[in-house]
Design a protein around this ligand. Sequence first.
Ligand code: ATP
Length: 278
Amino acid sequence: MVEQATPLPDFAQSGESLEQSSIAREPIRLQAQQLAVGHGQRIVAQGIDLDLGAGQITALLGPNGGGKTTLFRTLLGLLPPLAGALLLDGLPLAQWPRRQLAQRMAYVPQGQTHVFTYTVLDTVLMGRAARLGPLAQPRRQDRDIAWQCLVQMGIAALAHRNQNEISGGERQLALIARALAQQPSLLIMDEPTASLDFGNQQRVLDQIQVLRNAGMAIVLSTHQPEHALLVADQIALLHQGRLIGPGPAQAIANAEELAQIYRVSPAQIRKRLGWLLG
Ligand SMILES: Nc1ncnc2c1ncn2[C@@H]1O[C@H](COP(=O)(O)OP(=O)(O)OP(=O)(O)O)[C@@H](O)[C@H]1O
């Protein structure tokens, strides 16, 4: 059966985009000082220094199991630091109320399915929870913002579909829309382009730059160094328990370093990425 087009609310048809919308982003600064991250007593990476601020895209590269997700979950306050300091706007992260953290930072996790069956629109509306009172229902404005985020990610037609009955790539776009609906100042994205087709990869990379230009701080991980080289203002490599960088993209992600972390030759890196390596 051919699917019926989903009717859009008026504003969605107006073509207004997120950066033109009323979404306000306060400046933000997240600093890690000699941070150690890990699980239980097991340290995955240590000695990490980071200074993440508004209007900046930071890309994190590293091999499978290198600790990228562990670092992200620590930066978000979901895992406790095992050593060092983590400061949000100068105040230890642990001292921030959970709700205020959710208003400042949003997370796009690696693609996941859920036990509960929500529509795509309801999933995106959940991003508004941090902005509502404890028992408050979403208001018209919250629905408008959720729709706007769906339009921005090009998935408004999926709004009423069950999020467990859409493709992995579509679900990935829905997770990004949910994070945008949170109106964060800092957006942490764990492999945001994984499982997306070429066009959607490009659209997500474009959106990331639009958000950066609108003043958001963005940190993303990727297994595609070319994506980092295309959009990042700074790159960091997480390898063997240490963070190299962040620093200027082409200085950090050079053929020799990339060859080491991915266990290939510099010539293989140059063959694939030469035009981007500078
Ligand atoms: N919940 C957990 N409990 C204990 N160890 C974990 C847990 N999650 C991950 N690890 C371990 O921590 C290390 C880092 O894993 P992490 O998921 O942070 O790596 P990653 O760089 O995000 O990997 P990938 O690129 O494959 O997604 C790995 O050795 C992994 O086995």
